[in-house]
Design a protein around this ligand. Structure first.
Ligand code: UDP
Ligand code: MG
Length: 151
């Protein structure tokens, strides 16, 4: 079982795409373990995106990510990290395959609607930036057996 941090970025909220994007993850059979609307502070943005500090796009990325509300989510399921990255599509909207979130809704490099952790190590770093343990809910979905391989 894996957990991954997903952020519906400010463009997703401003473009009223939250419902459609959440549906992509739900339709796939993944489970939402935590979710809330918030605005990312400068300090939190700097901590989250520390790996990109010094890159040419870093100032614009921080400005974008702190510019308005975002929806932060923890999504859970077997191989959730890779599955979510596939649903998101490659980083740049203009390159992302149609059928993916970025491929269907974005044609820019920066305003690509969604963030997802890229490895188990990244998820373990990112999730606690946004969620306390007690904010994540453990429960079983009624259709669970249709969305997981049996033995
Ligand atoms: N980004 C950008 N220009 C670039 C590369 C990245 O504006 O040349 C932004 C884009 O919003 C991307 C984020 O920075 O989602 C983080 O980049 P990363 O390489 O980690 O891509 P991701 O993991 O989001 O696919
Ligand atoms: Mg990344």
């Amino acid at each position: 079982m894996e957990r991954t941090l997903i952020i519906l970025k400010p463009d997703a909220v401003q473009r009223r795409l939250v419902g459609q994007i959440v549906s992509r993850f739900e339709n796939k059979g993944l489970k939402v373990a935590g979710m809330r609307l918030m605005q990312i502070s400068q300090e939190l943005g700097e901590r989250h995106y520390a790996e990109h500090k010094g890159k040419p796009f870093y100032p614009g990325l921080l400005k974008f990510m702190t510019s308005g509300p975002v929806v932060v989510m923890v999504i859970e399921g077997p191989e959730a990290i890779d599955i979510c990255r596939k649903l998101m599509g490659t980083t740049f909207g203009m390159d992302a395959e149609p059928g993916t979130i970025r491929g269907d809704f974005s044609c820019t490099k920066t305003f690509n609607l969604v963030h997802g952790s890229d490895s188990p190590e990244t998820a373990a770093f990112e999730i606690p930036l946004y969620f306390k343990d007690e904010d994540l809910v453990e429960y079983t979905l009624d259709d669970h057996r249709w969305n997981a391989d049996g033995d």
